[in-house]
Design a protein around this ligand. Structure first.
Ligand SMILES: N[C@@H](CCC[C@H](N)C(=O)O)C(=O)O
Length: 293
Protein backbone atom coordinates (compact mmCIF):
# COMPACT_ATOMS: atom_id res chain seq x y z
CA UNK A 1 0.00 0.00 0.00
CA UNK A 2 1.40 3.43 -1.01
CA UNK A 3 -0.23 5.27 1.91
CA UNK A 4 -2.85 7.96 2.32
CA UNK A 5 -3.33 10.73 -0.23
CA UNK A 6 -4.73 14.19 0.58
CA UNK A 7 -8.00 15.24 -1.04
CA UNK A 8 -10.15 18.36 -1.24
CA UNK A 9 -13.89 17.87 -1.50
CA UNK A 10 -15.10 20.76 -3.69
CA UNK A 11 -17.86 21.72 -6.10
CA UNK A 12 -18.05 23.66 -9.35
CA UNK A 13 -21.51 25.29 -9.11
CA UNK A 14 -22.84 22.11 -7.51
CA UNK A 15 -20.93 19.61 -9.71
CA UNK A 16 -19.56 17.38 -6.90
CA UNK A 17 -15.81 16.99 -7.24
CA UNK A 18 -13.08 15.27 -5.23
CA UNK A 19 -9.66 16.69 -6.10
CA UNK A 20 -7.15 13.97 -5.16
CA UNK A 21 -3.60 15.20 -4.63
CA UNK A 22 -1.53 12.36 -6.14
CA UNK A 23 1.57 14.52 -6.71
CA UNK A 24 4.80 12.69 -5.98
CA UNK A 25 3.13 9.27 -6.13
CA UNK A 26 3.36 6.39 -8.61
CA UNK A 27 0.14 4.60 -7.58
CA UNK A 28 -3.25 5.21 -9.21
CA UNK A 29 -6.76 5.55 -7.80
CA UNK A 30 -8.49 2.24 -8.45
CA UNK A 31 -12.03 2.21 -9.94
CA UNK A 32 -13.04 0.04 -6.96
CA UNK A 33 -11.99 2.86 -4.60
CA UNK A 34 -14.10 5.31 -6.64
CA UNK A 35 -17.14 3.04 -6.21
CA UNK A 36 -16.60 2.93 -2.44
CA UNK A 37 -16.32 6.73 -2.24
CA UNK A 38 -19.37 7.19 -4.50
CA UNK A 39 -21.45 4.99 -2.18
CA UNK A 40 -20.51 7.07 0.87
CA UNK A 41 -23.25 9.59 1.76
CA UNK A 42 -20.74 12.35 2.62
CA UNK A 43 -18.10 11.79 -0.06
CA UNK A 44 -20.59 10.96 -2.83
CA UNK A 45 -19.24 12.71 -5.94
CA UNK A 46 -19.73 13.20 -9.66
CA UNK A 47 -16.02 13.08 -10.60
CA UNK A 48 -12.66 12.47 -8.96
CA UNK A 49 -9.89 14.64 -10.43
CA UNK A 50 -6.59 12.84 -9.71
CA UNK A 51 -3.68 15.28 -9.99
CA UNK A 52 -0.31 13.61 -10.77
CA UNK A 53 3.17 14.94 -11.49
CA UNK A 54 3.70 16.14 -15.08
CA UNK A 55 4.53 13.44 -17.62
CA UNK A 56 5.50 15.71 -20.51
CA UNK A 57 7.58 18.90 -20.80
CA UNK A 58 5.64 22.17 -20.94
CA UNK A 59 2.89 20.97 -18.59
CA UNK A 60 2.56 21.42 -14.82
CA UNK A 61 0.52 18.33 -13.96
CA UNK A 62 -1.23 15.31 -15.45
CA UNK A 63 -4.93 14.90 -14.56
CA UNK A 64 -6.86 11.61 -14.66
CA UNK A 65 -10.66 11.77 -14.29
CA UNK A 66 -12.88 9.10 -12.76
CA UNK A 67 -16.67 9.13 -12.92
CA UNK A 68 -18.91 8.02 -10.09
CA UNK A 69 -19.37 4.58 -11.72
CA UNK A 70 -15.59 3.95 -11.78
CA UNK A 71 -15.24 4.69 -15.52
CA UNK A 72 -12.65 7.15 -16.84
CA UNK A 73 -13.63 10.41 -18.56
CA UNK A 74 -11.47 12.30 -21.04
CA UNK A 75 -12.54 15.80 -19.93
CA UNK A 76 -14.24 17.57 -17.02
CA UNK A 77 -14.61 21.35 -17.14
CA UNK A 78 -15.90 22.01 -13.63
CA UNK A 79 -13.47 19.50 -12.13
CA UNK A 80 -10.55 21.19 -13.88
CA UNK A 81 -11.68 24.52 -12.44
CA UNK A 82 -11.69 22.95 -8.95
CA UNK A 83 -8.16 21.60 -9.54
CA UNK A 84 -6.97 25.15 -10.29
CA UNK A 85 -8.36 26.38 -6.97
CA UNK A 86 -6.75 23.53 -5.02
CA UNK A 87 -3.38 24.03 -6.72
CA UNK A 88 -3.54 27.82 -6.38
CA UNK A 89 -3.97 27.39 -2.60
CA UNK A 90 -1.18 24.78 -2.47
CA UNK A 91 1.38 26.54 -4.69
CA UNK A 92 0.50 30.26 -4.70
CA UNK A 93 0.39 30.19 -8.53
CA UNK A 94 -2.68 31.29 -10.48
CA UNK A 95 -2.16 29.76 -13.93
CA UNK A 96 -1.51 26.14 -14.89
CA UNK A 97 -1.06 23.90 -17.91
CA UNK A 98 -2.51 20.40 -17.59
CA UNK A 99 -2.12 17.24 -19.58
CA UNK A 100 -5.41 15.31 -19.81
CA UNK A 101 -6.57 12.41 -21.97
CA UNK A 102 -8.40 15.01 -24.10
CA UNK A 103 -5.26 17.11 -24.66
CA UNK A 104 -3.32 20.00 -23.11
CA UNK A 105 -5.48 22.52 -21.21
CA UNK A 106 -4.55 25.97 -19.91
CA UNK A 107 -6.42 27.33 -16.90
CA UNK A 108 -6.20 30.29 -14.54
CA UNK A 109 -7.95 31.98 -11.66
CA UNK A 110 -9.42 35.46 -12.23
CA UNK A 111 -9.30 38.49 -9.95
CA UNK A 112 -13.01 38.15 -9.11
CA UNK A 113 -12.37 34.64 -7.74
CA UNK A 114 -13.88 32.84 -10.74
CA UNK A 115 -11.81 30.27 -12.61
CA UNK A 116 -11.45 29.89 -16.37
CA UNK A 117 -10.28 26.87 -18.31
CA UNK A 118 -9.53 26.69 -22.02
CA UNK A 119 -11.20 23.40 -22.94
CA UNK A 120 -9.58 23.27 -26.37
CA UNK A 121 -11.35 22.93 -29.71
CA UNK A 122 -14.76 21.30 -30.20
CA UNK A 123 -14.93 18.38 -32.65
CA UNK A 124 -17.93 17.93 -34.90
CA UNK A 125 -16.95 15.01 -37.10
CA UNK A 126 -19.20 11.98 -36.38
CA UNK A 127 -16.20 9.64 -36.07
CA UNK A 128 -14.52 11.91 -33.52
CA UNK A 129 -17.56 12.31 -31.25
CA UNK A 130 -17.89 9.25 -31.75
CA UNK A 131 -21.20 8.17 -33.32
CA UNK A 132 -21.80 4.62 -34.53
CA UNK A 133 -23.06 5.73 -37.94
CA UNK A 134 -22.24 8.47 -40.41
CA UNK A 135 -23.88 11.88 -40.01
CA UNK A 136 -22.52 14.47 -42.41
CA UNK A 137 -24.10 17.30 -40.42
CA UNK A 138 -23.90 16.87 -36.64
CA UNK A 139 -25.74 20.12 -35.95
CA UNK A 140 -28.87 17.95 -36.00
CA UNK A 141 -28.70 14.16 -35.90
CA UNK A 142 -31.51 11.63 -36.21
CA UNK A 143 -32.43 10.49 -32.74
CA UNK A 144 -35.69 10.77 -30.85
CA UNK A 145 -37.33 9.92 -27.57
CA UNK A 146 -41.02 9.03 -27.38
CA UNK A 147 -43.61 8.12 -30.02
CA UNK A 148 -42.41 8.28 -33.64
CA UNK A 149 -45.19 10.70 -34.68
CA UNK A 150 -44.99 12.87 -31.51
CA UNK A 151 -41.46 12.68 -30.08
CA UNK A 152 -40.82 14.24 -26.68
CA UNK A 153 -37.18 15.04 -27.59
CA UNK A 154 -35.63 14.85 -31.04
CA UNK A 155 -32.88 15.92 -33.45
CA UNK A 156 -30.09 16.79 -30.99
CA UNK A 157 -26.83 18.49 -31.89
CA UNK A 158 -23.77 16.29 -31.31
CA UNK A 159 -20.25 17.42 -30.43
CA UNK A 160 -17.11 16.26 -28.66
CA UNK A 161 -15.51 18.54 -26.08
CA UNK A 162 -12.91 15.82 -25.55
CA UNK A 163 -15.87 13.76 -24.29
CA UNK A 164 -19.09 12.98 -26.19
CA UNK A 165 -22.20 15.18 -25.88
CA UNK A 166 -25.67 15.52 -27.39
CA UNK A 167 -27.82 18.62 -26.88
CA UNK A 168 -31.61 18.44 -27.24
CA UNK A 169 -33.17 21.85 -27.99
CA UNK A 170 -36.50 22.49 -26.28
CA UNK A 171 -39.02 25.35 -26.14
CA UNK A 172 -40.67 24.28 -22.88
CA UNK A 173 -39.22 24.58 -19.37
CA UNK A 174 -36.21 22.20 -19.13
CA UNK A 175 -37.66 20.87 -15.84
CA UNK A 176 -40.77 19.57 -17.63
CA UNK A 177 -38.72 16.72 -19.21
CA UNK A 178 -38.08 13.43 -17.39
CA UNK A 179 -34.32 13.49 -17.85
CA UNK A 180 -33.90 10.95 -15.06
CA UNK A 181 -35.94 8.50 -17.16
CA UNK A 182 -34.55 9.32 -20.65
CA UNK A 183 -30.96 9.84 -19.49
CA UNK A 184 -29.95 6.21 -18.82
CA UNK A 185 -31.61 5.04 -22.03
CA UNK A 186 -29.85 7.65 -24.18
CA UNK A 187 -26.48 7.24 -22.39
CA UNK A 188 -26.46 3.58 -23.45
CA UNK A 189 -28.08 4.03 -26.91
CA UNK A 190 -26.27 2.00 -29.63
CA UNK A 191 -25.62 5.22 -31.58
CA UNK A 192 -22.94 6.09 -28.97
CA UNK A 193 -20.16 3.49 -28.84
CA UNK A 194 -18.48 5.30 -25.90
CA UNK A 195 -21.80 6.27 -24.28
CA UNK A 196 -22.72 9.96 -24.13
CA UNK A 197 -23.52 12.97 -21.93
CA UNK A 198 -27.05 14.29 -22.53
CA UNK A 199 -28.18 17.91 -22.14
CA UNK A 200 -31.57 19.55 -22.54
CA UNK A 201 -31.18 23.21 -23.50
CA UNK A 202 -33.62 26.08 -23.79
CA UNK A 203 -32.76 29.44 -25.34
CA UNK A 204 -34.19 31.80 -22.72
CA UNK A 205 -32.87 35.18 -23.86
CA UNK A 206 -30.30 36.65 -26.23
CA UNK A 207 -27.13 34.54 -25.86
CA UNK A 208 -28.49 32.82 -22.74
CA UNK A 209 -29.27 29.13 -22.26
CA UNK A 210 -30.90 27.17 -19.45
CA UNK A 211 -29.51 23.63 -19.30
CA UNK A 212 -29.93 20.35 -17.45
CA UNK A 213 -27.50 17.47 -17.92
CA UNK A 214 -27.47 13.72 -17.50
CA UNK A 215 -23.76 12.85 -17.23
CA UNK A 216 -22.24 9.70 -18.62
CA UNK A 217 -21.09 7.63 -15.65
CA UNK A 218 -22.60 9.96 -13.05
CA UNK A 219 -26.29 10.59 -13.85
CA UNK A 220 -28.20 13.80 -13.10
CA UNK A 221 -25.84 16.57 -12.00
CA UNK A 222 -26.29 20.14 -10.82
CA UNK A 223 -23.83 21.23 -13.51
CA UNK A 224 -21.50 19.87 -16.16
CA UNK A 225 -18.83 22.16 -17.58
CA UNK A 226 -18.15 20.30 -20.81
CA UNK A 227 -21.93 20.11 -21.37
CA UNK A 228 -22.12 23.88 -20.97
CA UNK A 229 -19.34 24.21 -23.59
CA UNK A 230 -21.07 21.69 -25.86
CA UNK A 231 -24.41 23.51 -25.55
CA UNK A 232 -22.88 26.95 -26.17
CA UNK A 233 -20.89 25.83 -29.21
CA UNK A 234 -23.91 23.99 -30.62
CA UNK A 235 -26.13 27.03 -30.01
CA UNK A 236 -23.69 29.24 -31.93
CA UNK A 237 -23.32 26.62 -34.67
CA UNK A 238 -27.08 26.46 -35.17
CA UNK A 239 -27.36 30.29 -35.12
CA UNK A 240 -29.34 30.34 -31.90
CA UNK A 241 -26.70 32.54 -30.22
CA UNK A 242 -23.43 34.30 -30.82
CA UNK A 243 -20.11 32.85 -29.63
CA UNK A 244 -20.27 34.22 -26.07
CA UNK A 245 -23.00 32.50 -24.13
CA UNK A 246 -24.13 32.68 -20.50
CA UNK A 247 -25.76 29.58 -19.10
CA UNK A 248 -27.88 28.71 -16.10
CA UNK A 249 -27.48 25.16 -14.82
CA UNK A 250 -29.38 23.82 -11.79
CA UNK A 251 -26.33 24.63 -9.62
CA UNK A 252 -25.66 28.14 -10.91
CA UNK A 253 -24.16 30.28 -13.66
CA UNK A 254 -21.44 29.55 -16.20
CA UNK A 255 -19.97 31.60 -19.03
CA UNK A 256 -18.67 30.06 -22.26
CA UNK A 257 -16.68 31.95 -24.88
CA UNK A 258 -15.96 30.23 -28.19
CA UNK A 259 -12.96 32.25 -29.31
CA UNK A 260 -12.13 33.05 -32.92
CA UNK A 261 -9.13 30.68 -32.69
CA UNK A 262 -11.72 27.89 -32.13
CA UNK A 263 -10.83 27.36 -28.44
CA UNK A 264 -13.70 27.16 -25.95
CA UNK A 265 -13.20 28.93 -22.58
CA UNK A 266 -15.36 27.99 -19.60
CA UNK A 267 -15.63 30.37 -16.61
CA UNK A 268 -17.45 30.09 -13.28
CA UNK A 269 -17.24 29.81 -9.52
CA UNK A 270 -15.90 26.94 -7.43
CA UNK A 271 -16.26 26.18 -3.74
CA UNK A 272 -14.06 24.35 -1.21
CA UNK A 273 -16.12 22.15 1.15
CA UNK A 274 -13.66 20.15 3.31
CA UNK A 275 -10.33 18.35 3.14
CA UNK A 276 -9.01 15.00 4.30
CA UNK A 277 -7.05 11.86 3.39
CA UNK A 278 -8.03 8.67 1.57
CA UNK A 279 -6.60 5.34 0.44
CA UNK A 280 -6.40 5.29 -3.39
CA UNK A 281 -6.70 1.47 -3.38
CA UNK A 282 -9.68 1.04 -1.09
CA UNK A 283 -11.53 4.37 -0.89
CA UNK A 284 -11.32 4.48 2.92
CA UNK A 285 -11.21 8.13 3.95
CA UNK A 286 -11.22 10.61 6.82
CA UNK A 287 -11.57 14.32 7.29
CA UNK A 288 -8.49 16.16 8.48
CA UNK A 289 -8.05 15.50 12.18
CA UNK A 290 -10.26 12.36 12.24
CA UNK A 291 -9.54 8.60 11.88
CA UNK A 292 -10.19 6.60 8.66
CA UNK A 293 -13.87 5.80 7.95
N1 LIG B 1 -18.72 17.16 -14.86
C1 LIG B 1 -17.88 17.21 -15.98
C2 LIG B 1 -17.96 16.17 -17.04
C3 LIG B 1 -17.58 14.83 -16.50
C4 LIG B 1 -17.29 13.75 -17.47
C5 LIG B 1 -18.49 13.09 -18.04
N2 LIG B 1 -19.35 12.49 -17.07
C6 LIG B 1 -18.01 12.06 -19.05
O1 LIG B 1 -17.90 10.85 -18.74
O2 LIG B 1 -17.76 12.46 -20.18
C7 LIG B 1 -17.67 18.60 -16.50
O3 LIG B 1 -17.79 19.54 -15.71
O4 LIG B 1 -17.31 18.75 -17.66
Amino acid sequence: MAGLAPFARMNGIGNKIIVADMRGRADRILPQAALVLAADPVMHFDQIMAVYDARIPGTDYFIEILNQDGSFAQACGNGTRCVVQMLALATGKSAFTFETIAGILNAHSNEDGSISVDMGKPRFDWQEIPLAEEFRDTRMIELQVGPIDAPVLHSPSAVSMGNPHVIFWVDEDVWSYELDRFGPMLEHHPLFPERVNITIAQLSGPDHLIIRTWERGAGLTKACGTAACAAAVSAARTRRTGRSVSLTAPGGALQVDWREDDHVVLTGAVEMEFTGYFEPETGKWSRNGEGLA
